[in-house]
Design a protein around this ligand. Structure first.
Ligand SMILES: [Zn+2]
Length: 390
């Protein structure tokens, strides 16, 4: 009698899994999932007073049946402490088949690949771990059973995030699509030249409110009607200009441009090499406004250009992120903090509220921070309103 291959595989798997905990001496074991961390996480101090780890766990289902994720625990393997536990509902928002943002589900089909986009706020008072691993509980269709596997070991980067000065001048800047649970930047995992890159992991799209809390007044199709349009963009640190362009025209606000070539995504832009393997990308600058050229040395606070709406942009804003290489897309996104700023309010109504304000001119729904909080050496989190020091 011929036994189908999948039955043999399932039986082998069942035997491996039913043999219980990992054998003494860490002998090799077959596993139904293969896991890899895209880039080791940093510990990032946020404007909420907490420390955050933001990273991605890539998983491949190597079985011939569905894998349904039930639980994921992030564990410090050295202390055995559990840093976070994600249940079915949260996994359904974070397991992303094919790394295709917006297609989240907690079921991986046979032989399918997914990325779990993770945001782990560290428990207060707990020392930052030197390493992490993941205990994943999933139901495997091939054996019709639930199993728990330990996968995805990684070191945690012990270097603190780079400290930056203000990228803009004045008050009322809204930190759009920021860390850590908005998805447009944090999940912008791109396959470029055969490798995954998440350059925008900690990117912020800066816009500006006026005294009525609107982002735009008048016709929303006119770039200059957005309050941030034309505002000076500043060097956040001493550095050298290692990439730039200045020849693109503004897009009409309201929609992202179609069929934009990849090399026009950042519009008019500047990349600054600020040393220690850190590069700062400033994107979507106003046509003709870039004041620096390739090879120029700039000082912190020096003007680089003005905010515009060039490239892959649907409303004037400054896209800013820090990365580990010159390419704004084909590099790894690094965290950063600003040395001083004040948060007078936060848009707790979320991205939808921000998008509506950008598209229609409605005011942001802001929750004031009373008194306004002046913060040092932290990352402004998503939808914070930021006043820069005078
Ligand atoms: Zn952006």
């Amino acid at each position: 009698m011929r036994v189908p291959v999948w039955v043999v595989s399932a039986l082998v798997l069942l035997l491996m899994l039913s043999s219980g905990a990992r054998a003494a001496g860490d002998e090799p074991m077959l596993t139904p999932l293969v896991a890899e961390i895209i880039a080791p996480p940093y510990v990032v101090p946020g404007s909420d007073g907490k420390r955050h780890m933001v990273y991605e766990l890539a998983l491949t289902n190597i079985t011939s049946g569905d894998v349904r994720f039930e639980k994921l625990a992030v564990v410090d393997p050295d202390s055995g402490k559990v840093l976070a536990v994600l249940g079915p509902d949260e996994l359904a928002q974070r397991v992303t088949p094919g790394a295709s943002r917006g297609k989240e589900t907690r079921v991986l089909s046979a032989y399918q690949f997914a990325v779990i986009f993770l945001h782990i706020p560290l428990p207060e008072g707990m020392a930052a771990p030197a390493r992490i691993t993941h205990e994943i509980t999933a139901r495997l269709a091939v054996i019709d059973a639930e199993v728990t596997m330990t996968l995805g070991d990684s070191t945690v980067v012990s270097t603190p995030p780079v400290v930056l000065g203000a990228p803009l001048r004045g008050k009322g800047y809204a930190a759009g699509d920021g860390c850590c649970d908005s998805i447009r930047h944090v999940r912008a995992l791109l396959a470029i030249d055969g490798k995954f890159h998440l350059a925008q992991r900690f990117a912020i799209d800066w816009e500006q409110i006026d005294e009525t809390n609107t982002l735009v007044a008048g016709d929303t199709k006119i770039p200059a009607n957005y309050h941030i349009y034309g505002k000076p963009i500043l060097a956040v640190a001493d550095g050298t200009v290692v990439a730039t362009r200045n020849d693109l025209q503004d897009q009409v606000p309201g929609a992202l441009p179609e069929n934009l070539p990849l090399d026009e995504a950042d519009g008019n832009f500047v990349v600054l090499d600020i040393g220690s393997g850190h590069f700062v990308n400033y994107a979507h600058m106003r046509p003709g406004s870039v004041k620096v050229k390739l090879g120029d040395k700039v000082r912190r606070g020096e003007q680089l250009g003005e905010v515009g709406n060039t490239g892959n942009s649907q409303a004037p804003h400054l896209h800013l992120h820090v990365m580990d290489g010159v390419s704004p897309l084909a590099s790894n996104g690094l965290p950063y903090v600003f040395d001083s700023f004040t948060i007078p309010a936060v848009d707790e109504a979320g991205t939808e509220d921000f998008d509506k304000a950008e598209a229609t001119g409605s005011p942001l729904t802001l929750t004031p921070r009373v008194p306004p909080r002046t913060l040092e050496n932290v990352l402004p989190l998503d939808l914070s309103i930021v006043d820069w020091p005078q």
